[in-house]
Write a protein that binds this ligand. Sequence first.
Ligand SMILES: Nc1ncnc2c1ncn2[C@@H]1O[C@H](COP(=O)(O)OP(=O)(O)O)[C@@H](O)[C@H]1O
Ligand SMILES: C[C@@](O)(CCOP(=O)(O)OP(=O)(O)O)CC(=O)O
Length: 186
Amino acid sequence: MAPRIILLFSGKRKSGKDYLTDQLQKLLGDRCEIIKISQPIKSHWAKEKNLNLNEMLSDSEYKEQYRLDMITWSDEMRDQDYGCFCREACQNAADRPIWIVSDIRRKTDIQWFTDTYPDLIRTIRITADEETRKKRGYSFKEGVDNVVSECDLDDYTLWDLVVENGKGRQQLEEQLGSILGLLSHL
Ligand SMILES: Nc1ncnc2c1ncn2[C@@H]1O[C@H](COP(=O)(O)OP(=O)(O)O)[C@@H](O)[C@H]1O
Ligand SMILES: C[C@@](O)(CCOP(=O)(O)OP(=O)(O)O)CC(=O)O
């Protein structure tokens, strides 16, 4: 079964992409599959450097030690083929009707999904104020927070939905309800 809808989530570090997409998955159960574009990047890096992949995939500080190197390496790969990680992540995804991509970062990510799965794509931006993100462990890092990886979608305006997840956020049920609204035709 090919996906019937693909939700692309974007947001700054510690805006809550993993948190909200995990909560959404709990609600949707086995109708949905979470896809992470960073998974093939982290897998490659963990193998190469003999690192703990599960820790790399968690929200702990561990991955932050390697983020800068992973950005540099993955951007070199993207320069040759901008869809390489999107393609690899989707190839490994289960056949479920709803795909949730939890870490869209670049306009080329949106382009690859839109070209590959025309009509199935909905885009969601998660926002959170800096103070809240700092409380969740964010601190500005040169080469990480001021480069394409974090900033390319700052000026993107065509989101199907923007979900506030900072100080002004609604209750979780309401946040999830607005996302479910994008699935109402299924
Ligand atoms: N609405 C929320 N309520 C409570 N905790 C949250 C909320 N959003 C995010 N968090 C917490 O903040 C931290 C960072 O969130 P995370 O989802 O990992 O961010 P991102 O994936 O965007 O970097 C995690 O520990 C997460 O559980
Ligand atoms: C090299 C990366 O893929 C690492 C991404 O790691 P996460 O997606 O775990 O990051 P946050 O959830 O925002 O904290 C970034 C990239 O530019 O591809």
